[in-house]
Write a protein that binds this ligand. Structure first.
Ligand code: 16G
Length: 167
């Protein structure tokens, strides 16, 4: 239940147990390649043309890094398709008494499911998990127009610039 969640309101009320009619929230599974996972990710960015084997190899690699990758998805229980996804990645650090840092990545909701508060539910779930895993901070990168959305969860623009070079 998220009723205590720092002033974040759901209208209508949805919870982890009841994310909405015919929807369920769960970790990514090894067979989600066949449940439209890439069709959802494609709505965020370029995904290329990974084969089932490519996906499963990457899935297994991530799973082998215990405590590092938490990919949370929403499934439509009628169609068995993945309709939304959000990743929490945990980076182990030497600083701050060997602390951990969390990153929220690849937040995407299928076009057919917009307006169901699923992005909010996923980000809030990732934030709760990051807290539980004792991250000292949680960060993300987003487009400018998404800033008001992420501010709702307590994210603030930082003095520190986000820099990138692409290869
Ligand atoms: C957004 C995403 C980031 C994703 C990137 C992909 C969130 C909060 N941010 O910045 O996680 O990896 O888009 O775009 O979901 P790119 O392929 O152009 O780097």
């Amino acid at each position: 239940d998220f009723s205590d969640s720092e002033g974040i309101h759901f209208n209508p009320t949805i919870t982890l147990k009841n994310p909405g009619n015919a929807l369920t929230i769960r970790p990514l599974q090894r067979d989600d390649y066949d449940h439209g996972y890439y069709e959802v990710l494609r709505q965020l960015t370029t995904v290329g043309e990974p084969s089932l084997e490519d996906f499963q190899t990457r899935f297994d690699e991530m799973l082998a890094c215990a405590g590092t990758y938490y990919v949370i998805v929403v499934e439509d229980t009628n169609t068995k398709q993945v309709v939304a996804s959000c990743s929490l990645v945990i980076e182990k650090k030497f600083i701050r008494q060997c602390t951990k840092r969390g990153r929220i990545e690849d937040v995407v909701v299928d076009g057919s499911c917009r307006g169901k508060q699923l992005g909010k539910l996923l980000v809030l779930t990732a934030k709760k998990l990051a807290r539980k895993l004792e991250c000292y901070k949680l960060t993300l990168e987003c487009e400018k127009d998404k800033i008001p959305f992420y501010e709702k969860f307590g994210f603030r623009n930082n003095e520190c610039f986000y820099m990138v070079q692409r290869f």
